[in-house]
Design a protein around this ligand. Structure first.
Ligand code: ADP
Ligand code: MG
Length: 758
């Protein structure tokens, strides 16, 4: 692979999944056929009325039918891409298609089944095997995982799943996600763990995983940095970034009937996907100078993968059954357009944001520190051992000394100090005080020694930890594969390459056949010429019809799209009108102007924001507190501050001049007193409320017993449930009330509860 600056097209492959159980049970017709040899997908129209209609044919770089194996896809389509990522190119794999057609199956597959593992786990294996076989190269592999849902970016590896991340742009490195975590991984197991954590987080935030995953885009990013000694004798770093994108379901989101928040949601859900479509159209169009990358988070983030510095593969997933035919055709047309996007991939050599360089420098720095320490230590040791003799010539080789020697040195020192301590203890000639002082001194020395040793060990551990993150071939990873296996892989690759070439040739032959056929032919008779030409005419006519039908279909799709957009526009216009109306009628002009003056558009966040309120707009001094006021509510002179401290002078007290007790207001209410109830009424009430549990509700008597009058409840027809109301039975003492049993035909409309005197 050479440093390739020329352009290359986005590679588009189509995969058709098998019929699922439900479809087989419902005996759906299969309308998709796949010509693997020619790289063609043929879609029949399932409607009876259009049985005469010709099938629609789409040609792609390669196509995979329902029998396709994950490993075949990987070897033929994805392996070359991942290889170029290992070589320092950027690579992107998009999985596009309707929900339930196998996007996630293609990207992730069935995790624990080696046969059905998808691209992502296969690429892990591929990357780390490659590294283990490499020679004289240093690698750093890291992974990130993010999700875009309703135009909000969530870091799937972060502990804080509520936080939303922002996109930022730097002139030299392009668009990136601010504060996105990335984990350095040293093995397949580690990077798998990263993926699992992300997948768990993906499902945590959602109540309905299926719906959520069909509406969000998941992007797994693997960055591979490789350092190698170049021909110029300098270390060069190449950085390849692999984006593995499981897109949201491409089916049309129904917006009908959605209003307000729901409408906004519906418009946002597939914003990124429609923006992706617009970017593809603009790129393919060739006439448009403006590519609307900035319209959505997804297109902004993956700008390089679409017409930029990256190799890109798009996998379009389709379903075979008849009821999916509309979506299948839309998917095929969408991806057919993407074929024509031209990318300009190049090797990313020594980019500014390479992490590996920083790692290497840090390790070198730490090692130097360590060396200095051990140098110092050795020097000291030698000095002690050799009396005060001069030395320290051979100190610089300190780095190579082994741990044993290291341990010996520390032990020796410790023993020596211990011995000295003992000597002091035993020395009876010393005064007690003197002894204590000397002992303390020795102990301090021992403590120092211990601390120094710990610091050294920590430094060594740090170096070790950092070094272990850098991977080198045949050392960090045990290479399980033997020569035979490697040969097998090579052979498989060759076969894949051969298949691809065969397919290309066949496609070429087919197209050339049609062009050159008529040139070669000579006619023996006029009749034969007529026959042949008629046949050809028929063929061409059929082709014309197919193209016409295609044009018609595309126009129809366009009209649908436009109607959709118009509907959205109408709704939004109505929303806007309402807001205008409110502003015009309810917000004073003065206030409105103030707000308008404060509003500004933040380019970074792409959002309207408000400037903070300042009383004097142009007085910048007012914006900052004067120095004299630090810690005070208002500016204070030095004199005032001094005066405040010296004596409690009211003149310089800025606040709380007088301290007063709170005045409680006089009470205006009275205690509640129960009304007096006549003993007869009280007895009746008591009676009525006693067997409340056994009362049965009889709706037929409803009209005559609406009131909670005790006599009505006592008759057993209907009883209001026990409420929190006091059982004063006020209503029962007013038998003239319109809904007492005395007036059975009283109206049914709701009544006051009788608390307000009539
Ligand atoms: P999507 O992510 O596009 O919504 P999934 O990947 O979840 O769709 O696939 C839906 C179902 O179809 C899954 O149960 C998956 O196992 C199955 N499936 C998809 N593609 C294939 C395939 N090529 N072979 C076998 N099963 C498949
Ligand atoms: Mg999915």
């Amino acid at each position: 692979m050479s440093k390739n600056k020329s352009s290359e097209s986005v590679k588009v492959v189509v995969r058709c999944r098998p019929m699922n159980e439900k479809e087989r049970a419902a005996k759906f017709e299969r309308v998709v056929s796949v010509d693997v040899k020619l790289g063609q997908i043929i879609v029949r129209n399932p409607r009876e009325a259009s049985a005469s209609e010709l099938p629609k044919i789409f040609t792609f770089d390669s196509v995979y039918d329902w029998n396709s194996k994950q490993i075949d896809l990987y070897d033929e389509t994805f392996r070359p891409l991942v290889d170029s990522v290992l070589f320092g190119f950027n690579g992107t794999i998009f999985a596009y298609g309707q929900t339930g057609t196998g996007k996630t199956y293609t990207m992730e597959g069935v995790r624990n089944d080696p046969e059905r593992r998808g691209v992502i786990p296969n690429s892990f294996e591929h990357i780390f095997t490659h590294i283990s076989r490499s020679q004289n190269q240093q690698y750093l592999v890291r992974a990130s995982y993010l999700e875009i849902y309703q135009e909000e970016i969530r870091d799937l590896l972060s502990k804080d799943q509520v936080r939303r991340l922002e996109l930022r742009e730097k002139p030299d490195t392009g668009v990136y996600v601010k504060d996105l975590l990335s984990f350095v991984t040293k093995s397949v197991q580690e990077i798998e763990r990263v993926m699992n954590v992300g997948n768990q987080n993906r499902s945590v935030g959602s109540t309905n995983m299926n719906e959520h995953s069909s509406r969000s885009h998941a992007i797994f990013v693997i960055t591979v940095e490789c350092s190698e000694l170049g021909v110029d004798g300098e270390n060069h770093i190449r950085v390849g970034k692999l984006n593995l994108v499981d897109l949201a379901g491409s089916e049309r989101q129904t917006k009908t009937g959605a209003k307000g928040e729901r409408l906004k949601e519906a418009t946002k859900i597939n914003l990124s996907l429609s923006a992706l479509g617009n970017v593809i159209s603009a790129l393919v169009d060739g006439r448009s100078s403006h590519i609307p990358y900035r319209d959505s988070k997804l297109t902004r983030l993956l700008q390089d993968s679409l017409g930029g510095n990256a190799r890109t593969v798009m996998v379009a997933n389709i379903g075979p059954a008849s009821y999916n035919v509309e979506e299948t055709l839309t998917t095929l047309r969408y991806s057919n357009r993407a074929k024509n996007i031209k990318n300009k991939p190049r090797i990313n050599e020594d980019p500014k944001d390479a992490l590996l360089r920083g790692f290497q420098e840090e390790i070198a720095r730490l090692k130097e520190q360590l060396q200095k320490r051990s140098g110092k230590k050795k020097r000291r040791g030698q000095r002690r051992r050799a009396g005060e003799g001069s030395d320290s010539d051979d100190v610089e080789e300190g780095e190579t000394e082994d741990d044993d020697e290291d341990g010996d040195y520390w032990r020796e020192q410790q023993e020596k100090l211990e011995g000295e301590r003992k000597a002091i203890m035993d020395d009876h000639s010393l005064v007690a005080e003197e002894r204590v002082r000397l002992l303390k001194e020795k102990e301090k020395k021992m403590e120092d020694l211990r601390r120094e040793r710990e610091a050294g060990e920590m430094l060594a551990a740090k170096v070790k930890a950092m070094e272990s993150k850098l991977l080198v071939g045949g050392k960090n990873i045990v290479d399980h594969t033997n020569e035979q296996q490697r040969m097998l892989e090579l052979k498989r690759q060759e076969i894949a390459e051969q298949k691809r070439r065969e397919r290309e040739m066949q496609q070429q032959v087919e197209s050339r056949d049609e062009e050159t056929l008529e040139l070669k032919e000579t006619y023996s008779s006029l009749q034969q010429e007529v026959d042949i030409k008629t046949k050809k005419l028929k063929k061409l006519f059929a082709k014309l019809q197919a193209v016409k039908a295609e044009i018609h279909d595309i126009q129809e799709a366009h009209i649908n799209d436009r109607q959709d957009l118009e509907q959205t526009q109408n709704e939004l216009t109505r929303d806007l009108k309402l807001k205008h109306l409110i502003i015009e009628n309810f917000i004073p002009l003065e206030e409105k102007n103030k707000i308008v003056n404060r509003a500004y558009f933040d380019d970074e966040d792409e959002y309207w924001k408000m400037k903070p309120i300042t009383r004097i707009e142009d007085d910048h001094q007012m914006m900052t507190r004067p120095l004299s006021a630090v810690g005070y509510r208002r500016p204070l002179s030095h004199h005032a501050r001094m005066a405040m401290m010296m004596r409690p002078d009211m003149r310089y007290k800025a606040e709380n001049i007088i301290m007063l007790d709170m005045d409680l207001p006089a009470r205006t209410t009275k205690e509640y007193q129960e009304p007096v109830i006549a003993p007869k009424v009280a007895a009746a009430l008591e009676d009525a409320l006693r067997d409340e549990d056994e009362i049965q509700v009889d709706a037929s008597g409803f009209h005559s017993s609406l009131g909670p009058s005790p006599s009505a409840s006592a008759s057993g027809s209907l009883k209001k449930p026990k409420s929190g109301r006091p059982r004063t039975g006020k209503k029962s003492s007013t038998p003239t009330s319109p809904f007492s049993p005395a007036s059975p035909g009283s109206p049914l409309y709701p009544q006051s509860r009788g608390l307000v005197p009539k």
